[in-house]
Design a protein around this ligand. Sequence first.
Ligand code: SF4
Length: 708
Amino acid sequence: DPINPPTNVSTLCPYCGVGCGLEAVPNAQSATGYKVRGDREHPSSQGMICVKGATILESVDQQRLLYPLWRERLDQPFQRISWDTALDLIVKRMQTVRFTQGADGICMYGSGQFQTEDYYVAQKLLKGCLGTNNFDANSRLCMSSAVAAYINSFGSDGPPCCYDDLELTDCAFLIGTNTAECHPIVFNRLRKHHKFNPKVKLIVIDPRCTPTAEVADLHLAINPGTDIDLLHGMGHLLLKWRLIDAEFIDECTQGFAQYIQVVADYPPETVAARCGITVTDLEKAARYWGHAKAVLSLWSMGINQSSEGTAKARSLINLHLLTGQIGRPGSGPFSLTGQPNAMGGREAGGLSHLLPGYRLVKNPQHRQELEEFWQLPPGQISSMPGRSVWEMIRGLEAGEVGCLWIAATNPAVSLPDLERTKAALLRSSFTIYQDAYFPTETAAYAHLVLPAAQWSEKTGTMTNSERRVTLCPKFREPPGSARPDWEIFAEVGRRLGFADKFNFPDAAAVYAEFVQLTQGRVCDQSGISHQRLQELGPLQWPCGVNASDETAQETKRLYTDFRFLTPNHRAKFALEHSRGLAEPVDLEYPFVLTTGRLYGHWHTQTRTGHIAKITKMHPRPQLEIHPRDAKQLGLKPDDLVEIKSRRGGACLPVLITKAITPGTVFMPMHWGFLWGDNTEVNALTHPEACPISLEPELKACAVQLIPV
Ligand code: SF4
């Protein structure tokens, strides 16, 4: 795309799933030629941004990868090569793997940092033309449990709520989310509403007293792994007190009779003891929920990153079904997405069990629709869900992956059980690593490295947590020979012999093709185009076209008619019991390690590690520990402690704080081996995953502490 003369550009913050609008303003003094500020016209954020969005331009030119690099073996230095050579290497390798192992020997691991256009072209290449569903994204580590919960409870993925509900609720129930630090602008909107409306209740469920919990009317510091106990305990009380919506249950749900039997096993005394809270506080939470006119629940990784993540999210949805709290202003279950475009990834089919337009690999009709649309022979799309990212690791271990393509993500920091992950990556005979930045931890495991253009250097769309699509235009040239991800995938597709499938003149054409696949689906974007987004600003799906005047028709909330997308249009109660942590504590490993983000940093620091203001804010990782535990171990502030799990260890200074529950310790997730020795949290975590969503339990593992 040509760049117009510098002018103010409306775009989206490329960090988190809140999806705040940014305005890039030409500025001759700035090294990048621009400054950014919050975009007051963006409906999701209304001009607000956090420190990450405000400093984004300070990172975009740091440590950039400029040219393709190649080495035959991992112990060799990289050599600069041309794009032509790089693409030939990929095509040759893919053809060899297809011939010798079949297409399932090829795997791609993508990212919620992709724009929707990148996701879509990758799906067409892998799932369509090559016939393997081995495309997974780092969203597997983030919100795949929320996806599975929506599908199983409502018959389809798709968060039902919108951000306006933050200001319309009279009871906000936040579970497993430190919204103040991880989704700051969502929290700003909610907090303002809570602060100025004394009748609005804010309930926070978290083993840590985070900045989110500090301002709550009720903070329940439950024991890690007891979320379902708490939620079923609340269901038990709501039923007992008849604070339920019998009409809604009768007309719009299924499975209620069995649900009554499930929650009968969760009387208040038992639940309070398991959760480590008082019966009074449990009752207070249930009463706040039961007496509210509009209950909005928010959740993120504390629920999703669990070996029972889907069941946890569904148990929360149960409470909404029990009380009819959905489909109305201010109410509903609302998952907060981690990555800026994990939502767009879901829409484009960017997980190994999904196909574009909220379709499922396992559904024969969905496969047929795609085959017809892409003009592929019947049966071309495999009926087998592809490998999740952890199954790719296991595939490397078994020698079943002949070509691994990693793009815009850093698994050598972010996957669980890192020693095992790294050992598997070392076994790969051909790893392509495509990223904007170099070096990164994962680049150390790559044979071929490809420079990608990033935010501000390419045009595309992203969808935020409230289903709002924003156009992110190119307004700067990419450095060196970096190219947009979708263009790289399309070029490989053409060279593999699918020239007619990848003749996209620009990103607008990619999006125009993709939205046809959403028509009539819940994620309908057929009324959205790059041009419309340019003219009208961000639009919220489902967004079809009004037949009479051809205008785009946005939708604020789903299920306002209380008809769900299950075959009988009834939402389903989940019936799973609590199973607790996959790795409970014992005498040898007596502490639960929980993990998470810090306010300023983003994931593995590829961007924020280069921003002085942020590194000053968070100069090093610390292990949060309760004073009681610190005393028992003889630890003083800043003392070094060795932390060990069954898989690996780390060593870092302690931060003694009452913010953490006794018996639990907290470690941030941002430090990979490039940023310090022995501070990788995922050296400790385990890969046990939810059997439905396949999302690993990154939030909890058993550890021992040894003062150094
Ligand atoms: Fe960016 Fe998220 Fe901060 Fe908004 S809240 S400015 S989207 S990092």
